[in-house]
Design a protein around this ligand. Structure first.
Ligand SMILES: [Zn+2]
Length: 113
């Protein structure tokens, strides 16, 4: 499962960053192109974090829209569908993705002690 391996990666990074301090919320930026299902990600997170110092923490997910740059006409557009990567202006498939592939941990909220 895609989400489970992502959660294992998040856990490794957050565990190191938190250094044993209690974490309330993990803030993430995830590009739409990654096709992550938020409910599935949250569920996997509760499993991955259950037996660790991060048990009880929540994920807060900010989705980043897909933006494409067209090499044919120079337009910058958002695709009509997440997986239809063609220029919205001229229909060319010669596009590069500006945003939409993000997978970043942006910040941690620590629990009040
Ligand atoms: Zn174009």
């Amino acid at each position: 499962m895609h989400e489970l391996s992502l959660c294992n990666s998040i856990h490794t990074i957050v565990d190191r960053a938190a250094g044993g301090r209690p974490v309330a919320t993990v803030h993430l930026q995830i590009g739409r192109f990654r096709q992550v299902v938020p409910d599935t990600l949250s569920y996997c997170w509760s499993m991955v974090s259950a037996d660790s110092s991060l048990a009880g923490s929540q994920l807060a997910i900010e989705h980043i829209a897909v933006r494409l740059h067209c090499s044919a006409c120079g337009a910058e557009t958002s695709p009509a569908g997440d997986l239809v990567l063609v220029c919205g202006t001229c229909g060319s498939g010669d596009v590069s993705m500006l945003t939409g592939e993000e997978f970043m941990i942006t910040s941690l909220d620590l629990k009040e002690t």
